[in-house]
Ligand binder design. Sequence first.
Ligand SMILES: Cc1cc2nc3c(=O)[nH]c(=O)nc-3n(C[C@H](O)[C@H](O)[C@H](O)COP(=O)(O)O)c2cc1C
Length: 169
Amino acid sequence: MKPIGIFYGSSTGVTKKIAEKIKENLEPGLVEIYDVKYVKPSDVEKYCNIILGSSTWGKGILQSDFERFLYDVLIFSDLKGKKIAIFGTGDSVVYPDSFVDAIGIIFEALEGKGVNFVGEFSTKGYKFDSSLSIFGEKFIGLPLDDDSDGEQNKLRISLWTDFLKFDLN
Ligand SMILES: Cc1cc2nc3c(=O)[nH]c(=O)nc-3n(C[C@H](O)[C@H](O)[C@H](O)COP(=O)(O)O)c2cc1C
């Protein structure tokens, strides 16, 4: 596998913690983690394999650092031909109407930039009412609910990273 860059935005540390777990489940020596607060286009463009992670803060609202990164850095980066996987953190019990919306917002912002998206995930086992992250029958990335369903994290991360080992370059 080629090197992987994980780029996360996190307000209370949950998405950061998940980024570290994802790294452990891939080949750690190949993975570098970046807090999006400090990232410029060249940091992203050097990777063929990119993993993006953001929490959701209200209906349709990205984590604040990630929002700036998406609209000021990412959409101006050359992402053509890159493999991109997205994960998101949220709370399906307290916010069932906008569960992990960030995943879908990131996906839609980058559609049409010549990106190859990987890492869609089954909705089986999740309980929520509505999410902007569903395309077809599946989530377009990996949702994790550390607040209300955290005991599922280990299994979900393990399944997802196994898919990524096949699908990333
Ligand atoms: C004010 C507030 C609004 C939130 N809104 C949503 C939401 O709309 N959808 C969702 O899935 N989670 C929502 N959450 C839950 C956070 O996304 C969740 O706690 C996440 O793990 C935080 O990750 P972070 O510490 O990496 O930023 C909200 C949390 C707070 C405190």
